[in-house]
Design a binder for this molecule. Structure first.
Ligand code: ADP
Length: 264
């Protein structure tokens, strides 16, 4: 009887062990599946510009009698894809490194209002060229403790999108002000807007609401996932609201309370 009791006990502990180890493996397997999905999406995305470049080079090689105009058009199209490809590789590298243990945030104290104003100045000529109005309301004297380069990258991603998905006579507005313990930055545009069904997914890697349109604008579908990572690495939150054909609003909330108290 004692022997039987022992075997039952052993059997039960074996199944409990099996159950627990399976449960422990689930997150590892999920992360592995995510990684696999990332590699497969990345390869797919890299293949597209590469084959376009190959086609254009073959055109140049096979038709040496083309006129200069025809050749420059082919070269221009090839170059556009080269630019897309290097942007894609750069974005992929950033995202791949976020998964490693590397120290990617190097915080320092800097003037957030100065950074915002510099970026607005940097984008104004591009907006002018597209006949898009740019306005800003930036609260002064905001000293922020964070990675200046990354915050710059975050704002460039959002403003770049606002410009990409706006047309002539649209308007982009940047607000920045303190709200409770947070610094709030709003980037609004009156551009094309995002379909309701796509809105929950726009921060996902490689997600583009309209692949062809995004391709035409040089998009990679990685910008917003990088933006989300930067905001979260600073302990903040990012969200989006949008109405199709009316425009979009991206809201960033970055905690500043602790950072400021460190100064005083
Ligand atoms: P992409 O490189 O394609 O712009 P993002 O990750 O930056 O990739 O954005 C994901 C998708 O979200 C875009 O393809 C686009 O469909 C949509 N999107 C992002 N920002 C805007 C915006 N300001 N207006 C309209 N659509 C936007």
């Amino acid at each position: 009887l004692i022997g039987f009791g022992c075997s039952v006990g052993l059997l039960i502990s074996f199944f409990i062990g099996l159950f627990l180890s399976n449960r422990a493996l689930v997150p590892i397997q999920r992360s592995w599946e995510k990684q696999e999905q990332f590699v497969s999406d990345a390869s797919h995305e890299l293949r597209t510009p590469l084959s376009v470049i190959q086609t254009h080079l073959e055109l140049l090689f096979r038709h040496p009698t083309n006129t200069i105009e025809q050749e420059s058009t082919t070269i221009y199209k090839g170059l556009t894809e080269v630019k897309r490809l290097s942007k894609l590789v750069e974005d992929l590298l950033t995202l791949a490194r976020t998964g490693s243990n590397e120290q990617l945030i190097n915080p320092e104290f800097f003037s957030m209002d100065e950074l915002l104003r510099n970026i607005v100045e940097q984008f104004e000529p591009i907006a002018d060229m597209k006949d898009i109005k740019m306005e800003d309301e930036i609260e002064g004297n905001i000293i922020y403790f964070g990675d200046k380069e990354r915050i710059h990258q975050l704002l460039v991603i959002l403003l770049d999108n606002a410009l990409k998905y706006s047309v002539s006579n649209d308007k982009i507005t940047i607000y920045s002000y303190k709200e409770g313990g947070n610094l709030r930055i709003n980037i609004e545009d009156t551009g094309t807007g995002i379909p309701e069904k796509d809105l929950p997914f726009i921060f996902d890697r490689f997600y583009r609401s309209d692949k062809e349109r995004a391709r035409a604008t040089g998009g990679t579908g990685l910008g917003l996932s990088i933006a989300k990572w930067i905001v979260e690495a600073h302990g903040g939150q990012i969200s989006a609201e949008s109405r199709l054909y009316e425009g979009s609003q991206f809201v960033i909330k970055l905690p500043i309370k602790n950072h400021l108290s460190k100064l005083t």
